[in-house]
Design a protein around this ligand. Structure first.
Ligand code: UGA
Length: 449
């Protein structure tokens, strides 16, 4: 089915490791490339340097079957591959909202001089529109028969393996039939399973990714804007989200009000998209993304304000328990994590913050060494005046008032992710506060499972 194509995956981050291991599971021979030798040693020994459900097993299966290995050598990659996937990161430039393309450029510059036969280079990284056209020219001048395609990735952390093996759609930004055919071969299995294959130009393919993330962020900030209105008017944003989501034109996904979005993608992607649109002279078109960002950040400030209220207006020296450090459940990623941001804000207000997270404690300790950390929920909640649920891990959603009642000093809880049943906590004598409803409001919809 795979036409004997040999694949390289350039960049062994979340995207690259997932893509490499998934392609090996589809029976391609895959060579992963990265410049970090420590990480390469780990990967070749079967150790996953990040948390992603199901990925470790896939990595070890690929290595064991002899279909997957990792190297630092671009020369080896050029000799090995018929198709080279660019999966390097595009963080924001320090001190700027623009994307930093240095890793993508470095990877193409390292590969191009070694290419000596026709092949397809496929960009998967999230880049500003226009990048692919420039890279295509650079590659075409390096060696005859070398072509570039753009094939954005829509995988989510925590479901990265299924998102890669069973995508909704495969976007093929191409400049030739040959490139399209090669991508059809690479994705033959998901296409046979029903994934849509959408052929387009390079620019539309680049935009597909940034537009999708911008839309998702907008949807979340829309419901969080409604949460602000509910707080002012006395409505319940959970019920409102359920009512809106029942309209098939709107749909329920990404309408979960709460602490908002974080992570290594949505926040930096909407900022880079808005900044690039300004460069293109289309800044007015994406001005609303600045507001989407502002609404998102206001939720963090609101969670801190609720905590201050529950602590009678003074957090100095007050023990506070923070449940959650990861930007979302199922991940150990704390990049732009709303939970960790709130913990830092509270720390800045003088609170004695203790954080617990089932998976992300090590990453959190590295980024925020000034906070205290605990190894269990009860240890974190010991003597707390306020408990905040900031990442909706299942073990937090399963908490009952009785689990904490004898541990905390005062029965105050801020449920920033609508993970708990308000009635249960109110009936047990807790002061329960959520984002997007008036103080002490009883539930009008059951909590999320
Ligand atoms: C996001 C996109 O969903 C992927 O399609 C995309 O490929 C990826 O970015 C990327 O650019 O690489 P991810 O960052 O892994 O994926 O996480 P999401 O599941 O999108 O969640 C993002 C944030 O939004 C999380 O902090 C989550 O808690 C929050 N969120 C999500 C809400 O606050 N409400 C919702 O209804 C949904």
């Amino acid at each position: 089915m795979n036409g004997g194509l040999r694949l390289t995956v350039l960049g062994a981050g979340h995207l690259g490791i997932t893509h490499a291991a998934c392609m090996a599971s589809l029976e391609f021979d895959v060579l992963g490339v990265d410049i970090d030798r420590g990480k390469l040693d780990q990967l070749n020994a079967g150790h996953l340097p990040l948390y992603e459900p199901g990925l470790g097993e896939l990595l070890r299966a690929g290595l064991g079957a002899g279909r997957l290995r990792f190297t630092h050598s671009y020369r080896e990659a050029a000799a090995f591959g018929d198709v080279h996937f660019i999966c390097t990161g595009t963080p924001h430039r320090p001190g700027s909202d623009h994307a930093d393309l240095s890793q993508v450029r470095a990877c193409v510059a390292a590969l191009a001089p070694w290419l000596d036969r026709p092949c397809l280079v496929v960009g998967k990284s999230t880049v500003p529109v226009g990048t692919a056209r420039r890279l295509a020219a650079e590659l075409a001048s390096a060696c005859e028969g070398v072509e570039l395609a753009w094939n954005p990735e829509f995988l989510r952390e925590s479901t990265a393996v299924t998102d890669t093996l069973s995508p909704d759609r495969v976007v093929a930004g191409v400049t030739s039939r040959r490139a399209e055919e090669i991508l059809r071969q690479v994705y033959a299995r998901p296409l046979a399973d029903g994934a849509a294959f959408i052929v387009t130009d390079l620019e539309t393919a680049e935009l597909a990714k940034t537009a999708a993330n911008a839309f998702l962020a907008t949807k979340i900030s829309f419901i969080n804007a409604m949460a602000e209105v509910c707080e002012a008017a006395g409505g319940d944003v959970r019920a409102l989200g359920q009512i809106l989501g029942a309209d098939p034109r709107i749909g329920p996904a990404f309408l979960r009000a709460g602490l908002g979005f974080g992570g290594g993608c949505l926040p930096k992607d909407i900022r880079a998209f808005a900044a690039h649109a300004e460069d293109l002279g289309a800044g007015a078109a994406l001005g609303f993304l600045r507001e989407v960002d502002a609404i998102n950040l206001r939720r963090r400030a609101r969670a801190a304000d609720l905590t201050l209220e529950l602590a009678d207006g003074n957090l100095a020296g007050v023990p506070v328990c923070v449940l959650g450090a990861a930007f979302k459940p199922g991940s150990d990623d704390v990049r732009d994590s709303p939970a960790l941001d709130v913990a830092q804000i509270l720390n800045g207000m003088g609170a004695r913050v203790t954080v617990y997270d089932p998976v992300a404690l090590d990453s959190a300790r590295r980024v925020c060494p000034e906070l205290s950390y605990a190894d269990t929920i009860t240890e974190a909640a010991q003597d707390a005046h306020v408990v905040l649920l900031l990442t909706e891990w299942p073990e937090f959603a399963a908490l009952r008032p009785g689990n904490l009642a004898s541990v905390v000093a005062r029965r105050n809880i801020v449920d920033a992710r609508h993970a708990l049943d308000p009635d249960t906590w109110l009936e047990a004598g807790w002061c329960y506060r959520a984002l997007g409803s008036a103080a002490g409001t009883r539930a009008t919809v059951p909590p999320r499972k």
